[in-house]
Design a protein around this ligand. Structure first.
Ligand SMILES: Cc1ncc(COP(=O)(O)O)c(C=O)c1O
Length: 460
């Protein structure tokens, strides 16, 4: 819970937020009658209450009080073209007229899959589901089926969705010394912890130690090509290549979770690092704004899903490969060509530089991590290197981050409450510069608050 209203500046920011978003506040009170805590998605919740949005168009969002925001959250990275892009909308509309899901095989399924195979060099065949969660679940399952081993090595603080195996160490293990060990909340089966191995991101030595000892039990390593929830920081030079070599050496599959990072490079971010994973987990932008997940990879591995395979993996789902998602998804991907990727990434560079300059000019210690169209602002003295650093910084500056987010909303910028900023292709330099201006104004308002509550974050 936040305690920011104990400070005058905090009270003022919250009061202005409440004044601006009165109808959202009333919706929230009503929602609490029917939804536990008034919400149904932890990531969209923040205090004192979330903004209730009514409409999105391009890179703008409109709330129920008539306020306009630049959308810098983009449904947590899935809306690459912002809202209601005319071509995507047209594609989805024309499919709606023919039926949303026909409960049958359809040409669009292999057309979308063919497109992914042509675009992502390591993908030779694809299976669809409805979320990134399903993608990583089935990536792990097929890795077990293929290798005959059960263990999964994941990174401390790595996020791969909501299923039980993915929920181990989504937050770094609470202890702060020594190597992280597998841990999970009490509602995740204890039994499963024995099959999960944990290493800090960017620590190849620990991975090698684990593989030396347990390689014979481990089916796959799952990792992101940039570490999102752990702090949105980059792999160190040679790290992913080293991971590829080690996994090959120990007969372990490498699952690259590209659910979020795919947007950063035309063929997926792993292509930027020149590695070839065995399996990629996909989601978010490939569904054109509709729910989606997919796994793709080496044909001999993917063949385990084929009903012709001697003992196939049973993979089904009411909405798998539904027409509307794939039609909208294909239109979206076709629009997101190499030039579009490059353009949005360079807008991201402009935003990151602008944020960094404001932080510096105002004499505050903050770090901006990320790459291209994704970035996260950390209120801490030095660059986070591990998920532990990120979470320690987050907890220390919890109220500051909450107030920062609210004041940005007061100034018309809708971002992820955890400090992540996400771009979409309808944005131009105008929106980027408006966001930098709002960021600077917010920091100016909060500087005295920082001086009172976190003086260690001031450089002067
Ligand atoms: C890296 C990563 N993997 C998996 C997922 C899960 O995707 P979904 O929310 O569609 O289940 C997410 C979601 O944010 C993600 O960022």
């Amino acid at each position: 819970m936040n305690n920011y209203e104990s400070h005058e500046i905090g009270r003022d920011i919250v009061e202005r937020y409440r004044k601006k978003t009165g109808q959202s506040g009333r919706h929230f009170e009503a929602a609490k009658n029917w939804l536990p805590g008034g919400e149904t998605r932890r990531a969209s919740y923040f205090t004192p209450y979330p903004t209730f949005m009514e409409k999105g168009e391009g890179c703008y969002l409109y709330d129920c009080d008539g306020n306009t925001y630049i959308d810098m959250q983009n449904n947590y990275t899935s809306l690459i073209h912002g809202h209601a892009h005319p071509r995507v909308t047209e594609a989805a509309k024309s499919q709606m007229e023919k039926g949303v899901v026909l409960g049958s095989a359809a040409e669009i399924q292999y057309r979308h899959a063919e497109y992914l195979c042509n675009r992502i060099p390591c993908v030779e065949a694809v299976r669809y589901g409805n979320s990134g969660t399903e993608a990583t679940l089935f990536a792990m399952r097929v890795a077990r089926g293929f290798t005959g081993k059960e263990g999964i090595l994941k990174m401390d603080g790595g996020y791969h969705g909501m299923h039980d195996y993915a929920q181990v160490n989504i937050f770094p293990e609470p202890k702060t010394e020594g190597l992280p060990e597998p841990w999970a909340e009490p509602w995740i089966p204890r039994n499963l912890l024995k099959d999960i191995y944990i290493a800090p991101y960017n620590d190849l030595e620990t991975v090698e130690d684990i593989l030396k000892k347990h390689g014979a039990q481990i089916a796959a390593v799952i990792i992101e090509p940039m570490f999102s929830a752990g702090g949105l920081f980059l792999p160190e030079p040679g790290y992913l290549q080293g991971m590829r070599e080690l996994t090959e050496q120990y007969g372990i599959l490498l699952i690259l979770d590209e659910v979020m990072m795919f947007r950063l490079q035309y063929g997926g971010l792993h292509t930027h690092y020149g590695i070839t994973p065995d399996i990629v987990a996909l989601g978010k932008i490939i569904g054109g704004g509709f729910p989606v997940g997919a796994i793709g990879g080496r044909r001999d591995i993917m063949e385990l899903f084929s009903p012709d395979y001697p003992h196939p993996i049973f993979h089904s789902g009411t909405f798998n490969g539904n027409n509307i998602t794939l039609v909208a998804g294909l239109a979206t991907l076709e629009l997101y060509d190499e030039a579009a990727v490059e353009r949005i990434n360079s807008l991201g560079d402009r935003l990151r530089e602008g944020f960094e300059k404001s932080i510096q000019n105002l004499g505050i210690k903050g770090q901006v991590t990320g790459m291209g169209s994704l970035m996260t602002v950390h209120w801490r003295e030095d660059m986070p290197k591990t998920a532990r650093d990120t979470f320690e910084g987050l907890l220390t500056a919890w109220d500051l981050a909450g107030l920062f987010h609210l004041e940005m909303l007061n100034r018309g910028i809708f971002s992820a409450s955890r400090g992540m900023y996400v771009l979409s292709t309808p944005m131009t330099e105008k929106e980027i510069d408006t966001a930098i201006e709002a960021f600077t104004g917010t920091l100016e308002v909060l500087r005295p608050y920082i001086a009172d509550t976190l003086p260690q974050l001031l450089t002067t």
